[in-house]
Design a protein around this ligand. Structure first.
Ligand SMILES: *Cc1c(COP(=O)(O)O)cnc(C)c1O
Length: 230
């Protein structure tokens, strides 16, 4: 059972360790662990890993590339999973992503909001914040959060859940997550129900929990070393 492992433990062991880590951090933060969703990011891993995770009780799966996500979602269509798209999304792929994804974590521009509009199934949305000075990193600068949120709120078929961010290299993750929390508080002044915070990855999720994260996106700590991107 170590086909997907880069370490000595099994997938079940690593999942268990992360679940314990989430519970510990929640306790330290004085929060209810039930309000925290762990999304397992399976990028570069085969659909068979998604199946193994499912048998271990995982229901929330994250992917950052559309082609790969679409194939894996199709291969596991018999499972009751929620797919979270966490990578940068091209507008021309957005309608296809809408077909398998329950939630998009990377809303970062009005043109993307427009193509995701729908009269059909509601799609959960996080607005991604860019906490760096580098526009290539994805996400909106904090000052553009409110106008983009207003666009999401007026668009049919979209439900604004909250803010998403990746802690930048070269900044203490805790202080980055504190900035995300501030942005979340600001967002709630215009969208009171958009209370979710998608933040925290393998290396920094306990700190994200201390700053209010509700959706963790965890890859390698659970899946093991990622196979080559190819
Ligand atoms: C890959 C990825 C993750 C998970 O990263 P790990 O360090 O493997 O936990 C989280 N969020 C995004 C946007 C990702 O692309």
């Amino acid at each position: 059972m170590t086909t997907t492992s880069g370490a000595n433990e099994s997938l079940a062991d690593r999942l268990e360790a992360v679940r314990a880590g989430v519970a510990d951090a929640a306790r330290e933060a004085g929060r209810n662990v039930e309000e925290i969703t762990t999304i397992v990011v399976t990028k570069f891993h085969p659909a068979s890993l998604v199946r193994e995770l499912y048998t271990l009780g995982v229901r929330d799966i994250g992917e950052n590339r559309h082609q790969e996500a679409r194939l894996k979602a199709a291969e596991t269509a018999d499972l009751d999973l929620r797919w979270h798209f966490v990578g940068q999304l091209q507008s021309k792929k957005a309608r296809q992503a809408r077909e398998y994804a329950s939630v998009i974590h990377s809303i970062d521009r009005e043109s993307l909001v427009e193509v995701l509009a729908s009269e059909e199934r509601e799609l959960g949305c996080f607005i991604q914040l860019n906490l760096t000075e580098d526009p290539a990193r994805g996400g909106v600068p904090p000052l553009e959060l409110e106008p983009l949120a207003a666009r999401v709120l007026e668009t049919p078929g979209l439900r604004l859940l909250g803010v998403m961010a990746v802690a930048p290299l070269g900044e203490q993750p805790r202080s980055a997550f504190a900035r995300v929390r501030q942005a979340s508080e600001l967002l709630r002044t215009v969208a009171p129900s958009a209370t979710a915070i998608s933040a925290g990855m393998s290396a920094d999720y306990p700190l994200a929990i201390l700053e209010g994260a509700t959706h963790l996106r965890i890859g390698a700590a659970i899946t093991g070393i990622r196979p080559d991107a190819g």
